[in-house]
Design a protein around this ligand. Structure first.
Ligand code: ATP
Ligand code: MG
Length: 550
């Protein structure tokens, strides 16, 4: 979308075009609909769609729906929504299950040509016969079963004549092959499972290895980009393409998976977070899912920018969360409207304010981006400021409000501390100040300078729930086996704050800046009387500093 990608896959594609191997390219993004997409998938999406766009080609969205037990229409719908939200359009929407009939016919074809057979070793025996990395495997005693017998058994498998695990269809390649994936890999297993699309039509389902490359070939995919764990499967991928009358010649190229600090990126482990109730759902704003990130306040542009900055290589590495956050801040910097909010309100009363007077301000939504317009903001001598902006016993160089000190209330006046009102427990209940009428922002002729400027909210502000999200896992490299102990207990902190009326009124889904605090997205949980805002990201990177302090 932005700069031309520069990486080994782009080079390989360019070479294939230059050499005349292909006139145009077709890629695919092939999720299994067994969970919601996560930030790792975003990398694959941006790569597959981005590179096709770059070379004037096309990208299919293919659901790799070959494991019916774990798959669901809910996931298919979520995946479609997420890919579209990221800003990509697929040329065709495909399903591996659309090819079940063709794959079955090709499997029969392999049997007829003595390249596949029905085996009946059980799982344990199969493992024993497979050998190890150092030791060759052994042929199954059923390997030389006559082709017709295998064909009949295979038909029986399909028809539902046998129990799960009783028979399996395997390719006949080489049990002594140094690559274990080539030692007579499984092609079909008996699974008595209901499929979200094919229902109960099938009692057997193809393996990933048998389905994937052939689906690529059927769709005339030219470059099948996948993550490194499939590198060892490439000889098998090519064996099928070479040994079957497929209508295409796809080429598999592998790249490293994205790993992001403080996150898990495995659908299985994310599912455990959801089902065990550690988060509120797949779209919990702490989840590294695309739907969670959307709800948190990430933008499609920020995620695409992130994927382009991390690049595409074969090296495994873990990316810092701060890079993702930097991308979000830079996207929102000049696009998000900015208003006033306080997370921990404390009342500030101006004692010399003319009784009953209301100053109606027309405040810019963004001082450097006038196109964002203005909003009404009223100043009537009583405001709320953030408790964090007052210190009774301030440290040196404290430029916010303190006894004897002065501060500017942004867009309004300089106020001078007068006194404190405390409650029975000794907590500060109210701060009394005087204001200096000659210091009105934009019309200040007083010549006074103060070092601190703080935000405030008017007396007529709206209570808002603020959900302050942070890293879901404390450890940069969580394992995900002991969730209770690995989760960051402060990944969600709730605040009851106040927002100025114009901020309270933004649409659900809008991301705004709470000045001096962070970027927040108005959440779907908002009600007419109480808006809810999710903190997407703070204005500065506070995590590294907090970790150092311990
Ligand atoms: P998971 O373990 O989360 O289920 P997966 O690889 O099994 O991941 P698929 O739905 O099969 O998930 O993945 C669809 C595509 O996304 C594949 O091409 C896969 O290689 C790619 N992908 C998945 N996770 C990542 C990741 N962390 N980084 C880059 N690409 C990824
Ligand atoms: Mg998978």
């Amino acid at each position: 979308m932005s700069d031309k990608p520069q990486h080994f896959i782009a080079d390989a594609i360019q070479a294939d075009l230059d050499s005349g191997n292909h006139d145009s390219i077709v890629t695919r993004f092939p999720p299994e609909p067994n969970g919601y997409l996560h930030v790792g998938h975003a990398k694959s999406i941006c790569l597959n769609f981005g590179i096709a766009q770059e070379f004037g080609g096309q990208t299919n969205l293919r659901f790799d729906d070959t494991n019916p037990e774990k798959e669901d229409q809910e996931y298919i719908d979520a995946i479609r929504r997420d890919v579209a939200w990221l800003g990509f359009e697929w040329a065709k929407e495909c399903y591996a299950s659309d090819y079940f009939e063709q794959l079955y016919a090709w499997a029969q074809d392999l049997i007829q040509r003595d390249l596949a057979y029905v085996d009946e070793l059980d799982a344990e025996q199969m493992r024993a016969y497979r050998g190890t990395l150092k030791q060759p495997g052994q042929n199954s005693p059923f390997r030389d079963r006559p082709a017709q017998e295998s064909l009949d058994l295979f038909a029986g498998m399909r028809a539902g004549d046998f129990a799960e695990g009783q028979y399996i269809l395997r390719a006949k390649i080489d049990m002594a092959h140094p690559n274990i994936n080539m030692r007579d890999p499984a092609l079909y297993r008996i699974r008595r499972a209901h499929h979200p699309r094919t229902g109960d039509a099938w009692n057997i389902y193809p393996t990933y290895d048998f389905a994937h490359g052939q689906s690529d070939a059927i769709e005339q995919i030219t470059h099948s980009l996948c993550t490194l764990e499939f590198e060892d499967h490439r000889p098998l991928y090519e064996w099928f393409i070479d040994n079957l009358p497929v209508p295409g010649q796809p080429r598999q190229i592998e790249f490293s998976r994205l790993q992001l600090e403080h996150c898990l990126t495995s659908k299985r482990k994310l599912l455990a977070l959801v089902t065990e109730g550690h988060v509120q759902g797949w779209d919990d704003p702490r989840m590294p899912t695309i739907s969670g990130m959307r709800r948190r306040g990430f933008t499609p542009a920020s995620i695409r920018d992130f994927c382009s900055r991390i690049g595409v290589t074969k090296k495994a590495n873990t990316i810092e969360m701060s890079l993702l956050e930097t991308c979000l801040r830079s996207d929102l910097e000049n696009t998000a409207r900015r208003g006033f909010a306080v997370q921990d309100p404390i009342k500030l009363t101006i004692t010399n304010w003319p009784q009953g007077e209301v100053l109606a301000l027309d405040a810019a939504w963004h001082q450097r981006v006038p196109e964002l317009g203005t909003r009404p903001l009223e100043f009537d001598g009583t405001v709320y400021i953030d408790r964090a902006d007052f210190e009774e016993v301030p440290p040196p160089k404290y430029f916010r409000l303190k006894p004897g000190g002065s501060v500017r209330l942004k867009y309004a006046f300089i106020v001078d501390f007068e006194s404190l009102i405390k409650d029975e427990q000794g907590n500060i209940a109210e701060i009394l100040c005087t204001y200096d009428p000659a210091t009105r922002s934009g019309q200040d002729e007083s010549g006074r300078k103060v070092k601190g400027t703080i935000q405030w909210v008017p007396s007529q502000s709206v209570p808002a729930e603020m959900r302050l999200y942070d890293r879901l896992f404390s450890d940069p490299n969580p394992v995900g086996d002991d969730l209770i102990n690995e989760l960051n207990p402060e990944s969600l902190v709730l605040k009851q704050g106040l927002v100025e009326p114009a901020l309270a009124a933004v649409e659900v889904g809008e991301i705004v800046q709470f000045e001096r605090i962070g970027f927040f997205r108005k959440d779907e949980d908002s009600s007419a009387s109480e808006p809810v805002f999710n903190r997407a990201v703070t204005l500065k990177d506070g995590w590294a500093k907090a970790q150092k302090k311990g």
